[in-house]
Design a protein around this ligand. Structure first.
Ligand code: NDP
Length: 327
């Protein structure tokens, strides 16, 4: 395994990490979840990603039971949670980034995960109803109280992240260290363009999600719709629609040809491509089967095969390279 610093912080995350959305606490049995976490840990993955909203809190409960059962030393792994969407309640007090919900979400996650502290705590989306000062003060205080170690954001704009840093500087508080954006061969703008200055100015770290675009970049939808695949899941029509956006399947088909030429599987190619970006601190894997996880782990070694020449070939297949703004 390779380890990378989380932005300018001293914390080192495994370059591949394991997520739990739609795979731990739902759609999979608890025994598969345990096998996934065990294989991940034994292969050097040190970061497990979760959120209050995943399976309405059940994901964290299952993860917490596994962590307790495995008895891995607490100083050998990193666990996150995220707050904003709530864990099932629909009342205004039960969601958002106001002080009440952030404190309750943190306490709730600690209870479900059966942990004394969270390593990473994310604001899962920006909250237009709460002043940024209130959110920054609350996250700072959770750090001071020892309940969380680092805080960050997920799908915030560069401007929103900058505002949080300005507030932190104004009041001498601890600002956000990391952002959790979507990043894959089909969704590139935030990580490659929008946050570009933030890597230099505030030393932003990134824990990127959906590296296989929910499975589209594994090639499994290239020849039709396999049964039991994620995008056929109940209640996931919105995700199917987004994942099958125009151009995605034709690109995936071209990538399939290229991956054959390179002698690596499509998921390994797509994951290694994400890893090649030095501003990515960790790529969060999603896996519904242990064999998928084992395959995906090969992407660490596959990075060496992605030479400048191969990266150029990939660019021409993707045909979606973004222009950096000229200052
Ligand atoms: P991916 O885009 O990698 O999708 C994972 C899915 O792709 C798997 O569940 C599986 O689906 C399929 N897959 C994975 N590997 C293979 C393989 N080798 N061969 C064939 N199919 C494969 O990642 P996720 O969308 O799961 O995101 C990863 C993590 O990121 C989440 O678990 C979560 O922790 C985090 N996340 C954060 C978000 C945020 O807003 N902050 C939003 C979304 C995710 P199947 O077999 O079921 O078809």
């Amino acid at each position: 395994m390779e380890y990378r610093r989380l932005g300018k912080s001293g914390l080192q995350l495994s370059a591949l990490s394991l997520g739990s959305w739609l795979t731990i606490g739902e759609r999979n049995s608890d025994s598969i979840a345990e096998e996934l976490m065990t294989v991940a840990y034994e292969k050097g993955i040190n970061f497990f990603d979760s959120a209050e909203s995943y399976a309405n809190g059940k994901s964290e409960m299952v993860m917490g039971n596994i962590l307790k059962k495995k008895q891995w030393q607490r100083d050998t792994y990193i666990v996150s949670s995220k707050a904003f969407f709530g864990s099932g309640g629909e009342l205004p007090t039960q969601k958002g980034l106001h002080r009440k919900h952030l404190v309750e979400a943190c306490n709730g996650a600690l209870k479900r995960l059966q942990l004394d502290y969270l390593d990473l705590f994310f604001c899962h989306r920006p909250d237009k109803q709460t002043p940024i000062e209130e959110t920054v003060w609350t996250m700072h205080n959770l750090i001071v109280q020892g309940k969380i170690l680092y805080w960050g954001t997920s799908e915030w704009s560069a401007q929103e992240i900058t505002e949080a840093h300005m507030v932190a500087q104004r009041y001498h508080l601890i600002g956000p260290v990391m952002e959790q954006p979507q990043y894959n061969m089909l969704v590139r703008h935030r990580v490659e363009v929008e946050y570009n200055q933030l890597y230099k100015t505030v030393g932003l770290g990134t824990t990127v999600w959906s590296p296989l675009a929910s499975g589209v970049l594994s090639g499994k939808y290239n020849d039709g719709f396999p049964t039991d695949a994620r995008l056929g899941g109940e209640g996931l029509d919105w995700l199917k629609e987004r994942s099958f956006a125009e151009g995605n399947i034709p690109r995936a088909k071209k990538l399939a040809t290229l991956s054959k030429e390179l002698g690596m599987s499509m998921p390994v190619l797509a994951l290694a491509w994400c890893l090649k970006n030095p501003n990515v601190s960790t790529v969060i894997l999603g896996a519904s089967k242990v064999e998928q996880l084992r395959e995906n782990l090969k992407s660490i070694e596959a990075q060496t095969q992605l030479t400048a020449e191969v990266m150029e070939k990939i660019e021409s297949v993707l045909d979606n390279k973004l222009k950096q703004p000229q200052f």
